[in-house]
Design a protein around this ligand. Sequence first.
Ligand code: SF4
Length: 64
Amino acid sequence: MLSTAMNPPEPLPFPDSLCHRCAAPPKYVQTRTSTFILCPLLPQKYAPQPVRACSLFRPLAPAT
Ligand code: SF4
């Protein structure tokens, strides 16, 4: 069964991935055993993780 969330799950998959700090924003798709990071901007949807550089990356605005 799949579930999709906007909030990062625990444990965070690929904690050093740029996606977690991206304003895209990515969604987190969870199966029973894995979490996938779904990018709304990339045509291929799932970037190879961890993403360390991305031309579409925009920093998430800090919470106010
Ligand atoms: S735009 Fe790049 S950094 Fe942002 S969520 Fe998509 S793949 Fe990750």
